[in-house]
Design a protein around this ligand. Structure first.
Ligand code: FES
Ligand code: FES
Length: 159
């Protein structure tokens, strides 16, 4: 059997003390150990963005990252964005602009979209498309996703 290693994380504001196999990805840890299934597994090799979360405020493809690399760090997943029953402004904008169809890519899109605005990469549609290019949508909701991000950016709401 593989020896487990201790790991402390803060996920969506809650502290966890865990014991994990060294090769467990952050994605599998979130989904399988913590049952936070909002973060999706699309490709599992860094090509689709469905697994995007924030680590210390930076977006990360969680399928490419070993959980043990994040000891002591703060993770935010899609489950951590809303404020109780109140949707995050980016979630509201995705609803308003039909920024999803099947919804499979949506958690990752929204986590990237929040980072896009926070990091100041939402200045134009082109800039948004470039920043969001790692998030694939097989349903082709791209133009609505860009519209949602522009709406949040232009509204000047705190994200
Ligand atoms: Fe991580 Fe596709 S599941 S990038
Ligand atoms: Fe279906 Fe994006 S909404 S993959």
């Amino acid at each position: 059997s593989i020896e487990k290693v201790p790991l402390s994380l803060k996920v969506n504001g809650k502290k966890y003390k865990l014991s994990v196999e060294p090769r467990t990805t952050l994605l599998d840890l979130l989904r399988e150990n913590l049952h936070l299934n909002g973060t999706k597994k699309g490709c599992d090799y860094g090509q689709c963005g469905a697994c995007t979360v924030h680590v210390e405020g930076q977006r990360v493809n969680s399928c490419l990252s070993f959980a043990v690399m994040h000891d002591g760090q703060e993770i935010t997943t899609i489950e951590g964005l809303a404020d109780g029953d109140k949707l995050h402004p980016m979630q509201e904008a995705f609803v308003k602009h039909d920024g999803f169809q099947c919804g499979y890519c949506t958690p990752g899109q929204i986590m990237s979209a929040v980072a896009c605005v926070r990091e100041g990469h939402a200045g134009s549609a082109d800039e948004i498309r470039e920043y969001m290019s790692g998030n694939i949508c097989r349903c082709g909701a791209y133009s609505n996703i860009v519209a949602a991000i522009q709406d949040v950016k232009q509204g000047g709401q705190k994200v």
